[in-house]
Write a protein that binds this ligand. Structure first.
Ligand code: DP6
Length: 327
């Protein structure tokens, strides 16, 4: 087969990946943990074609930007190397969530592409090897290969740095209510951000304590203990943003609305709602809650003036092959 169509979910990190020990291999400075976001997906079709002189990329129906094409071609070179192929590819990729909405799409994009490209070139990779491959495209993408609640073991080398599922999607009725916040100019992308992490004197302390936070977060999920989860998720998020704002040059991803939501989440929790926040490399706030409270939380979030759009995502499944078609 020289063609394939795949689908993969975005994911939200509960324990963050920030900084690499090796930027080229994307060997993370610390292990991380995430939940796949059901319903927020990238669908990718690939066709390797003898008649093509160069790779081609269509993103959401338009020619992909030069930078995105270059990054994709570099990634496809890896897959071609594994398969012993010289064929160039035509790739078409679509997100079913607006690209401009500020929800990270590189995780779902590279998970879907890793599965599509390896399948189309006849490689029958194990979940572990697919996760390792997706990691080379975007670190967080390795966590969108397995389903549900996922841990990325940072490992020491390319061979042992991969993600695996710690619980299936239906294990715990956790819901991510994503508040898209009014944002100014687009901030520094995460690839550039990772390389600044080491300039913060706080990064060694954040990394040194990461194994403890991973254990706590894994326990909270396994025990379905929301309070325990809330404490470690907010701490981990704040540690990453502390590194960001103490890097040289500094990175501030928060907007006024971000802080407003952080304060609101604290007061909702104090009032008895199971809620906690986490924030990636952007201004949007991911508000985690339980299924029973999701409708109430969604309504509260919609009423915060700085919130432009709200998405609600339950735990999502693994990256998968699909039949041709559209969302
Ligand atoms: C803040 O995986 O997007 O979302 O490997 O350069 O593509 P690249 O970075 P990326 O970084 C994600 C950073 C984060 C935290 C996380 O998802 O763990």
């Amino acid at each position: 087969m020289t063609t394939a169509t795949t689908q993969a979910c975005a994911n939200i990190a509960l324990i963050k990946y920030w900084g690499n020990r090796d930027d080229t291999l994307r060997l993370a400075a610390n292990s991380s943990l995430s939940m796949n976001l059901g319903g927020l997906e990238t669908r990718t079709s690939i066709a390797f074609d003898l008649s093509l002189a160069a790779d081609e990329l269509t993103l959401n129906g338009r020619p992909g930007p030069v930078e995105a094409l270059r990054r994709m071609s570099g990634f496809l070179d890896l897959v071609r190397g594994m398969a012993g192929s010289q064929l160039r590819a035509r790739v078409s990729s679509e997100n079913n969530f607006p690209t401009g909405a500020g929800i990270a799409s590189s995780a779902s994009a590279y998970a879907a592409l890793a599965l599509a490209a390896s399948t189309a070139l006849g490689l029958d990779l194990s979940e572990r090897d697919l996760s390792r491959l997706a990691r080379r495209g975007s670190g967080s993408a390795c966590r969108s290969i397995p389903g549900g609640f996922v841990e990325w073991q940072a490992g020491e080398t390319d061979a042992d740095s991969y993600a695996f599922s710690i619980a299936p999607p239906d294990y715990w009725d956790l819901v991510d209510v994503i508040a898209v916040v009014e944002a100014g100019e687009k901030a520094t992308g995460s690839s550039a951000g990772h390389s600044l992490a080491a300039t913060s004197i706080l990064q060694p302390a954040r990394v040194a304590d990461a194994p403890r936070r991973v254990v706590l977060c894994r326990q909270a999920i396994v025990e379905k203990d929301f309070e325990k989860l809330a404490e470690v998720v907010e701490l981990d998020c704040n540690l990453m943003h502390a590194v960001m704002i103490t890097s040289t040059p500094l990175l501030i991803y928060w907007e006024p609305g971000t802080l407003e939501l952080i304060c609101q989440v604290q007061s909702w929790r104090a009032a008895g709602l199971p809620v906690c926040y986490t924030i990636d490399a952007g201004p949007n706030v991911h508000i985690l809650t339980l299924g029973d409270s999701a409708a109430v939380v969604e309504e509260l979030v919609r009423n915060v003036p700085a919130v432009r759009t709200v998405y609600v995502a339950p735990p999502g499944g693994p990256a998968r092959l699909v039949n041709d078609g559209h969302f």
